[in-house]
Design a protein around this ligand. Sequence first.
Ligand code: ARG
Length: 302
Amino acid sequence: RATGGSGETSNPTLGTLSEIRTSSRSTYLMCAPDHFEVSYIINPWMAGNIAHADRTVASQQWNALTSAISAVANIQLIQGRPGVPDMVFTANGGVVRGSKVVLSRFRHVEREAEEIYFARWFLTRGFEVLRLAPHLPFEGAGDALLDRKDALLWFGHGHRSDVACAGALSQLLDIEVQPLRLVDPRFYHLDTCFCPLEGGEVMYFPDAFDAASQAVITARVPAHRRIIVSATDALYFACNSVNCGNHIFLNRATPALVATLMAHGYQAHQTPLTEFLKAGGAAKCLTLKLNEPFSNADSVRS
Ligand code: ARG
């Protein structure tokens, strides 16, 4: 369990790939905000917020999220570094499936220096570390979200990741990839507006997608599994949530969304992340799932 410190891992018995994979609990990679700040603008949320994030408050908020998640899951830590203030958003380190991780290649030079730190973390723990072609931006589990029921990788493009990554991702991770085009700059990563839940539902904000992608979602996800969020909830970053079992950890949600989630069997835990919103991130961005189980469809195939 994480204690909120900045050490590489607070539980040495859960360090390696095989330990992560065989754990019965979900395991998330997180990075304490010791070096977090808003020092450049690469998304609309950061505009007007340079030097406005309070690191003390950010630490309190991160600790609260971490201890809430720790009640139901394991947490691994990667050490933050000076000069890479967005490294707290570990979702962008890569995307993990089984023993493989496809590392990110950031679109913006401001985040490039994070790549080597994430690469080292995965290499030292025994992951098979994979990369896409050098010219293709790819921002990991910010844009590549495993469906929680089916063997399917939802892949957001249009702002950060390049749509041309889809084929290689499918080959490297041996999974079907479904691209979705993002059109609203405020929802620049797929995980800001789309969240697959363990029961097979997807919680999402339709207006963040182009018409063709909205139609794809409607065609692939039956109506009773589509949880559509309002603009208010989308702007609270409610879709940027961490779903572990029947628990959903998120920055904030309207009573209406909390009730809808409850009707689907989920308990929403609101844990304010306002300092991270100033950088354009919230609960899901601050985590990277390291041991998403293979789906039923996979076990039938293999
Ligand atoms: N400031 C960061 C960026 O613009 C925020 C990243 C949030 N991460 C995410 N997975 N949505 O890259």
